[in-house]
Design a protein around this ligand. Structure first.
Ligand code: AMP
Length: 356
């Protein structure tokens, strides 16, 4: 067990690292952030920060040697960098889990191998494979790059008759996956935390609404039938167990119009759809991560309020005074100095009386 006072390394400097650092610091841990940019959101609240590239072996080694355990807050950290750190200090969740989630095809194949339903998909390794797939397409599909995809980046809608060469160029990657388009009733996610001794806790499924492929609003809990909610939780638990997760994992799912659940994506880290847990639950997703990787007992996920979390994206951040004026709202700003379209600048969680 790593007791308070120990040092936790975080690879990545974004808001997820910032909120993890804040939770860890409250528990008395020291945080060392490794980020590619100076003055990152996470570094602003950390005891120590290294600015370095993910290819800078000497800096990665020094970072690894300075901490008792390391984690990551960003999915697309190059696997080599994570493995290098892991050769010198424990990295949790295991780097292999990160590598599965970094590759959509591996992720889907893993899910299928453990009997978890996903959207139908085809491996499209080149433009010729895409042209063949489009030729036999009956319904709308989505072409996604297998790597470096998040917030809808590298995704192209494909219809029967779409020009394969143009779509391939628009995807902008060397390897793709063609997924059936799901006409879902809603998108939900379940966040699960698991400790090294296999103790598993989860938060209730929440509903996620996207605008321009970016999460806009999370409604907690999701308005699902009790059966569907229990099924979503069971899927998340099964995935965490089969991955031998130590840490926090978000499982993004589609609920179809017939009530079936299809897993879309895994994120082995705190997730935007879990930010509401800071203000509405006994233990936040960020504290669960700290507890799990330090070998502390996991905390209660008890929800004292329902919540609606709204991201402040780009210019939305200028609405912060309104959030301050609302007694039901809790404002979180990430310390980013430059506003850019699509950039997550902060979020607001509105607390509501718990319904059930
Ligand atoms: P992803 O990067 O896979 O999480 O996709 C981003 C968003 O695009 C999802 O949250 C959905 O809103 C939408 N999306 C992705 N894949 C599909 C699909 N197969 N069918 C319908 N919508 C999708």
């Amino acid at each position: 067990m790593l007791t308070p006072g120990a040092s936790i390394g975080i690879l990545g400097g974004g808001q997820l690292g910032r909120m993890t650092a804040m939770a860890a610091t409250r528990l008395g841990y020291r945080i060392h952030v490794y980020a590619t940019e100076a003055d990152s959101p996470a570094a602003q609240v950390a005891a120590e920060a290294t600015v370095g590239g993910y290819g800078d072996g000497a800096k990665l080694d020094a970072f690894a040697e300075s901490v008792d355990v390391a984690t990551f807050e960003f999915e697309n950290i190059p696997a080599n960098a994570v493995r290098r750190v892991a050769s010198l200090t424990p990295v949790l969740p295991r780097p292999e889990i990160l590598e599965i989630s970094q590759h959509r095809l591996n992720e889907k194949n893993f899910l299928r191998s453990i009997g978890v339903a996903t959207t139908d998909f085809q491996d499209v390794a080149d433009v010729a494979a895409l042209a063949r797939a489009v030729g036999s397409l009956k319904r709308r599909a989505v072409l996604k790059s297998v790597r470096m995809g998040y917030d809808g980046k590298g995704q192209v809608a494909i219809d029967p008759g779409t020009d394969a060469a143009q779509a391939w160029a628009a995807m902008g990657a060397s390897h793709g996956i063609l997924e059936a388009f799901v006409d879902f009733r809603c998108e939900v996610s379940v966040i699960v935390a698991r400790s090294a001794d296999g103790d598993t806790v989860f938060y209730p499924p929440v509903e996620n609404r996207h605008v321009n492929h970016i999460l806009d609003t999370t409604v907690a809990p999701a308005r699902l039938s009790p059966e569907t909610a229990r099924a979503a939780e069971a899927i998340a638990r099964e995935i965490a167990t089969r991955l031998d997760l130590v840490g926090v994992l978000a499982v993004e799912m589609f609920v179809t119009r017939s009530g079936d659940i299809l897993v879309n994506e895994l994120a082995p880290r705190p997730h935007n759809s879990g930010h509401w847990t800071i203000d509405a639950c006994a233990t936040s997703q960020f504290e669960q991560l700290v507890r799990a990787i330090c070998g502390l007992p996991l905390g209660s996920t008890e929800r004292h309020s329902d919540a609606v979390m709204k991201n402040l994206i780009g210019e939305d951040v200028r609405l912060w005074p309104q959030a301050l004026a609302d007694p039901t709202a809790r404002l979180h700003l990430y310390g980013k100095r430059t506003i850019r379209p699509g950039r997550k600048m902060g979020h607001v969680t509105r607390l509501l009386p718990r319904r059930i």
